[in-house]
Design a protein around this ligand. Structure first.
Ligand code: UD1
Ligand code: UDP
Length: 358
């Protein structure tokens, strides 16, 4: 059995790490890295910290418009698949690298497996939603992290090849949290005391590409008066500069701007935060796993369990709502992490892949 894994963006490195560790006990895995993310702190640091095998093919596609980026990936992935002739192509999540990997494979009649299938925000203006829907509809094996995801697939008529496995990001977190506690020095480096600061990340297109929304979000950070650690995604740096917002943020006494941090440092920043403000999919889940209240800077989320259980509140980009949540939001219940599996999603995925017809 020969499996080709296609990844390219930060969250995919986190997701593939536990799966790859298990898969390699059974099969040959060939890794294609599209090059969607390429800065050291968006890319290499994850390979180093999570012991992910070096990519066999680095396609170097880089940044560009959706059409350019997805199209270049499609062409270059196809070339590798024609040469390698795998039995299965494995893709993760909802980025342009996910869609390009799935499309390249299905057109060559190679089976596609999608990890994190069935997630829906029901907002087609989000590029991630388009990528997810299309990828799910061409996949042969759909690894759903939650029951909600299974239901979403059923509602779209996808019933065959759906497996409820649990969430691989939960596997990754459980595996790495102790390693992070022992190795990360980030709290000391930034002079932070546990539970005395907020952690923020912002990078989704609906927030960065809209000046009013981004301005409203960062004004809330500054006006909150709380100490806020803000590791800034390169997309966000670019737009903050374009809108003339970067310097004001840099000058704000309560905001600590940093480059994106490595996964182990991120886990420690999350675990010790009083609250987390984010528009990231992965960070919302990690907040829930770590029992940290999460304020989500979006109108919708695909991780509905975190909201239903009272640990996550959706505030969009509304400054007043953000400030109120910073002051007042308190979780109302427990976290029921079993909704995201038992930390062995990767094993369940490997078990299915082992039995794929060749
Ligand atoms: C992508 C995903 C998004 C995911 C995010 C994770 C798509 C459509 N979007 O968004 O779903 O949540 O990754 O982080 O696939 N840049 C750099 N250095 C890098 C990477 C990017 O400077 O290493 C800058 C470039 O200016 C680039 C911009 O960030 O144009 C956006 O990068 P891109 O990969 O297109 O999308 P993300 O916003 O990262
Ligand atoms: N992450 C990280 N450093 C950061 C920001 C995020 O290690 O500075 C990790 C985070 O812990 C999670 C993953 O990156 O595991 C989430 O990726 P991201 O927020 O880029 O994308 P999304 O989940 O929104 O697609």
């Amino acid at each position: 059995m020969k499996v080709v894994t296609v990844v390219g963006a930060r969250p995919q490195f986190v997701k593939m790490a536990p799966v790859s560790r298990v898969l390699r006990g059974y099969f040959d895995e060939i890794v294609i890295h599209t090059g969607q993310h390429y800065d050291y702190e968006m890319n290499r640091v994850f390979f180093e910290q999570l012991n992910i095998p070096e990519p066999d093919y680095y396609l170097g596609v880089g940044s560009g418009t959706h059409g350019y980026q997805t199209g270049e990936m499609l062409k270059r992935i196809e070339g590798v698949l024609v040469k390698e002739k795998p039995d299965l192509v494995l893709v993760y999540g909802d980025t342009n690298s996910t869609l390009a990997g799935a499309l390249a494979a299905v057109k060559l009649h190679i089976k596609v497996a999608h990890v994190e299938a069935g997630l829906r925000s029901f907002d087609r203006r989000m590029p991630e939603e388009v990528n997810r829907v299309l990828t799910d509809h061409v996949s042969d094996y759909l690894f759903a992290p939650t029951e909600t995801a299974v239901k979403n697939l059923h509602n779209e008529g996808i019933k065959e090849g759906v497996y409820l496995t649990g969430d691989v990001m939960y596997d990754a977190l459980l595996y790495n949290i102790e390693i992070a506690r022992k190795n990360s020095k980030i709290l000391k480096e930034l002079g932070l005391r546990p539970k005395s600061y907020l952690l923020a990340t912002v990078h989704r297109a609906e927030n960065t590409d809209d000046k009013d929304r981004l301005e409203s979000i960062v004004s809330a950070f500054v006006e909150s008066g709380e100490e806020i650690v803000f590791p800034v995604h390169p997309r966000t740096v670019k737009f903050l500069r374009v809108y003339g917002l970067y310097e004001g943020l840099e000058r704000a006494d309560n905001v600590i701007l940093t480059k994106p941090v490595g996964y182990l440092d991120m886990l420690m920043l999350e675990k010790n935060a009083k609250k987390i403000l984010t528009d990231s999919g992965g960070v919302q889940k990690e907040a829930y796993f770590l029992k940290v209240p999460c304020i989500t800077l979006r109108e919708r989320t695909e991780w509905v369990e975190t909201v239903e259980d009272g640990w996550n509140v959706l505030v969009g980009a509304d400054k007043e709502k953000i400030l109120r949540a910073v002051r007042e939001f308190e979780p109302s219940g427990e976290t029921y992490t079993y909704k995201f599996g038992d930390g062995r999603a990767s094993e369940k995925i490997a078990e299915v892949i082992k039995n794929v017809d060749r």
